[in-house]
Ligand binder design. Sequence first.
Ligand code: F6R
Length: 253
Amino acid sequence: MFHILPDAASVAEYVSLQLVTRIRSKPDIVLGLATGGTMEPIYARFVEQACRQRLDVSRLTSFNLDEYVGLSADHPKSYSAYMRQHLFRHLSFDGSRLHLPDGLAADLDRHSAEYSARLRQCGGVALQLLGVGSNGHIGFNEPGTSFDSRCHIVRLSERTRIDNSRFFEGNAIVPESAITMGMSDIMEAREILLIATGESKAAIVAEWYRNGVTEAIPFTVLKRHSQAKIILDDAAASLLPAAVRASPLAVYG
Ligand code: F6R
């Protein structure tokens, strides 16, 4: 279940290679994509590898996990802008196949239902990339979110807004709510790679290990998924018991 690598660069190398291999063997794959600091080195490495190998990405479909409510796709802090900056503008994607929730949709509940429906129409996600919040959230499914949830609107926790304020320098205020794929949408992916790097994730990774499946720590739901892998660097794994760090693939609660 755990795969522990020395540092964030090795994690980026590993995940990027997984992406390249999957896309090469199935060019029309459906990917579930995340944003955030964890993903930046991964997308950077993937872009390098894809360019060098002239990987055809024009037929793949992607669904991003989330978007801030109230930010337009053009807003520099929107997740749309993030995806363009770190991934989409560097390779020849087909824009009509790249999906992100619309933070400005007039009817957000209806838009959420349509987003989940569109995902199912496209055959569901084959490979889902996830980061994890320091409180255990995946997508923006904050602690306490029902495991039965579909794409929905969430009020961001104070903890998440503080964590993400590093992306909103100056006087910009982190939005109070977001639209996110739900826990059920995420769990329907056929394969999931959750990535956590850096010391700031060590405590929540240790909580994942210590606890059973609980809505209080959303990413514990991955214990119920037969094809989920948690990829860590040494820093994020540092509070796991020594035995787990020594034999990460063998030990799983
Ligand atoms: C972003 C997302 C979030 C982040 C999480 C970790 O699309 O779904 O769950 O993955 O907040 O963010 P970073 O990587 O910035 O620590």
